[in-house]
Design a binder for this molecule. Structure first.
Ligand code: C5P
Length: 229
């Protein structure tokens, strides 16, 4: 069986949500968003450790959540994140026990399906890395600083990338070390691995795995949670 560690970055300020509480700690149904998200992964075969990166003032609350949701065979850990998502994950990687795969999943994507996580894990095992995504539905433009359109890439090759992003542990550690050395900051984990010219597969998921970012996303999430009951 492949052993797995789950890293959840939850240290963002959530300024786009216009609320004082960071998004992972907002209530969704009868639980916090973070709790809903962690629960999605609990039936995953071989999951041994769950690490959550959060801001200093939410460490205690996160530890309580981990105690409440994790069964005794899965070790929980909470650590203080950094200024960027990348720094938060780098800090978490220092605490990872030996494991075959590292799964990174945003705290604010509580609707991920277990079957899609499993597909990513199988592909990462085979190829090195795999991320979940969906084909771009809008036409995407590349613009310049004056907001003039410079290019319309073919939609055939454009996908919106989500999490989980899953990698063989040694590959991900190497990618994060190299990014630090080169001062490279990416907005996801895959971009760090791509720089090493290693293979990362795109696995098709669905649009219910959206990232709760704006107030409208939270309204949609509340409707979906009610429907799930
Ligand atoms: O900012 P963005 O929407 O890309 O955040 C994605 C995830 O990364 C969120 O779960 C957020 O809490 C987390 N994050 C983090 N540390 C930061 C910034 C974001 O753990 N410094």
């Amino acid at each position: 069986m492949t052993t797995k560690v789950l890293i959840i970055p939850a240290a963002g300020a959530g300024s786009r949500m216009q609320k004082d509480t960071p998004k992972p700690f907002l209530q969704l149904g009868n639980q916090t968003i973070l709790e809903q998200t962690i629960r999605r992964f609990l039936p995953l075969d071989g999951l041994q450790q769950v690490l959550v990166a959060t801001s200093g003032s939410f460490v205690q609350k996160t530890e309580n959540i981990l105690k409440k949701v994790l069964p005794s065979e899965i070790k929980g850990g909470c650590l203080v994140g950094g200024k960027t998502r990348q720094e938060s994950i780098y800090n978490a990687l220092q605490e990872v026990f030996a494991a075959d795969l590292v799964i990174v999943h945003d705290a604010v994507r509580p609707f991920v399906k277990l079957q899609h996580v499993q597909h990513c894990c199988s592909a990462a095992r085979q190829y090195g890395g795999a991320v979940l995504g969906v084909p771009a539905k809008d036409t995407i433009k590349r613009i310049n600083d004056q907001q003039e359109i410079k290019e319309t890439p073919s939609r055939k090759y454009l996908w919106q990338t989500q999490t989980p992003q899953v990698f063989q542990r040694d590959l991900l550690v190497r990618a994060y070390k190299q990014a630090l050395e080169d001062d490279f900051v990416g907005t996801d984990d895959s971009s760090l691995v791509e720089r090493l010219e290693e293979t990362v597969k795109m696995v098709e998921g669905d649009r219910s795995n959206f990232k709760i970012t704006y107030p409208l996303d939270l309204e949609v999430a509340e409707l979906l949670i009610k429907k799930d009951k």
